[in-house]
Each structure stands twice: as C-alpha cells, then as structure tokens.
Design a protein around this ligand. Structure first.
Ligand code: NAP
Length: 276
C-alpha cells in the first residue's frame, strides 16, 4: 500500500473479538503484491441479534467492497445477505461478504480453502477418496460440504451422535456417520475438533488407527505440530496442519473481491511470519 486516498477500496474483517485476526495483514500484503489500491482493517462488531444485518447494511451504506467474517457472525450475515453461494446456502453460514454495487453475496470459503490447499500445497486430489472427518462443528460442516462437492466420500466421527448425523446429511449419499475404528480405512483423516490445541494437547485419534499412506490433516494451526500430526509422521503418514487451509480460504476471499488470482506466496509469508 503506497498511500490511502479517497479512491482507495475498503475491505475488512468483522468479529467479536476481532483485533487478533490475521485477515487484515494477509489481505493488505496481497493488495500490495498486486498493486491494488485497497486496504483491509478490523471492525469490531459486538455480538447481538441484529449484528449480521447491521454489518450487511453498513457495507451498502459505506461502500465497503468485502468483509471477512469470523465468530460469532457467520450465521447472521448469511441470513442477512441478498444472496448466498451454494456452500453458504447449504451451511447457513458464511465467512465472507462481497458487495457488488449494493447487492451483497455471502460465500463460505473455509471448506473449499481446505480442498484447494490440499491440491495446491500437497498434490492431494480428494475426488473419489475416502475421507474421515472428526468433529461436527462449524469447521467440520464447512469441510464436509466442500469435500462432498469435490467428489469425496465422507465418514463423520463425532462425540455427539445427533450433531454427527446432521452434519453427515449435508452431503447426502456421500456422507455417513462412523466410529473411531473406521479411521484406519480412510485415505484422508481430518481433525476438525480443538483437541490438540494448547489447553488440550492430546491426540483425537488412537495412534494404532493411523497407517502409512494416509494423509492426516489437523485443522489446528497453532501449534503447527500437534500430537496427532506427530503420531501420523511416526507411522509414515503424510501430516498436514491447518495453516494451508487458513491461507487458501483467505486467498479465495481476496479473489472474490478483486477478480485477480491471489498472490499466494506474499500471503504465505505473512502466515509463516505469524506462526513460526
Ligand atoms: P466448534 O464449532 O466448537 O466444534 C468443535 C467440534 O469438536 C464439535 O463437533 C465437538 O463435538 C468436538 N469436540 C470439542 N471438544 C471435544 C472433546 N474434548 N472431545 C471430543 N470432541 C470434542 O469448533 P470449530 O469452529 O468447528 O473449530 C474446530 C477446530 O478447527 C478448531 O481447532 C479451530 O481452530 C479449527 N479451525 C481451523 C481453521 C483453519 O483455517 N485452519 C478454520 C476454522 C477452524 P460435539 O459436537 O460433541 O460438541
């Protein structure tokens, strides 16, 4: 960014809290690399029944081109937007908003960010593969939806059976509810629970269920190396953390706002500087 003028395009991120968000740094690095006259800032939007609708209305009023959306506003912005993409519609949740001359669309780039990151960063095409997803929360639902669209078959393993059934149903015949023992048969395992983060540094998978040839993805990116990824590497499985997904979901948002291919290397440098 050289200078901000009256012509500078504005985007941002909303959430509560939001000051910790990496989105402005990622997107500003991308704008600089592309030479696009745009700036991203963090907008704290307090939790409240009307928050999503207010944020969408503010985009129209202020001419904000795009917003990244984080907790707790993902559902309310999807409901308030004029349009949703197929993923945003299925999930009833969005992590992004795009303002086209007052018409606001709500996509969800999280799950597709994972699928794209696996293909670009690890040469893994999930089409036709058996994927086991652990968890049934917001991240798991986004991932399941995108994996299903990409042609994977999904077994969902979750602590709460009722939430597992609802999440598996997102992808119809491509999804089913499974148990922990099913993990060993999967080509790809995705941990979409917080088990492995600082406060809970366990592995969500018994190491005996992992095997050589599997791809094991932990959506956790801090720490970059979890007990699950250590166990996967120990048996010769391919271990992938959540940073590539974080990077590519943000890259997809940038592409929706600018219409330009994202400068992924410039964005990756921000991610690596923040977490390594
Ligand atoms: P969430 O909505 O709270 O869902 C958490 C899921 O984990 C639920 O299905 C829950 O099971 C399960 N779970 C939580 N604690 C558990 C425990 N002690 N034992 C067994 N199951 C447990 O969370 P989320 O937003 O989906 O996030 C999940 C993870 O993904 C987090 O670690 C987050 O950092 C990560 N994430 C990464 C990215 C990325 O870009 N890399 C993006 C989004 C999220 P129940 O259904 O039984 O409650």
């Amino acid at each position: 960014m050289t200078s901000i003028t009256g012509a500078t395009i504005t985007v941002g991120v909303i959430g509560d809290p939001v000051r910790h968000s990496l989105s402005p740094a990622l997107h500003n690095a991308a704008f600089a690399a592309l030479g696009v006259d745009a700036v991203s800032v963090a907008y704290p939007v307090a939790t409240g029944d009307d928050a999503g609708r207010s944020a969408v209305e503010a985009m129209r009023t202020l001419g904000i081109r795009g917003l990244s959306v984080t907790m707790p506003h993902k559902e309310s912005v999807a409901a308030a937007a004029d349009r949703r993409t197929a993923a945003g519609d299925t999930l009833g949740s969005a992590n992004c908003l795009v303002n086209d001359a007052g018409v606001v669309t709500a996509p969800s780039t999280a799950g597709e960010g994972l699928v794209r990151s696996l293909l670009i960063e690890s040469s893994i095409d999930v089409s036709g593969r058996e994927v086991a997803v652990i968890g049934a929360g917001g991240a798991a639902r986004a991932v399941i939806d995108a994996l299903g669209r990409a042609g994977a078959s999904i077994t969902l393993v979750n602590r709460s059976a009722d939430r597992a059934a609802v999440a598996a149903a997102l992808v119809g015949e491509r999804g089913r509810v499974g148990v922990a023992a099913d993990l060993s048969a999967a080509d790809v395992i995705v941990n979409a629970t917080p088990i492995g983060m600082g406060s809970d540094p366990r592995s969500p998978v018994e190491p005996t269920l992992l095997r050589t040839g599997q791809v094991v993805v932990d959506l956790i990116y801090h720490p970059a190396r979890t007990a699950l990824l250590d166990a996967a590497a120990a048996v010769g499985a391919q271990a992938v953390n959540g940073l590539p997904m974080l990077l590519h979901q943000a890259a997809m948002q940038l592409e929706l706002w600018t219409g330009e291919p994202a400068p992924v290397d410039a964005m990756r440098a921000v991610v690596e500087a923040s977490f390594t």
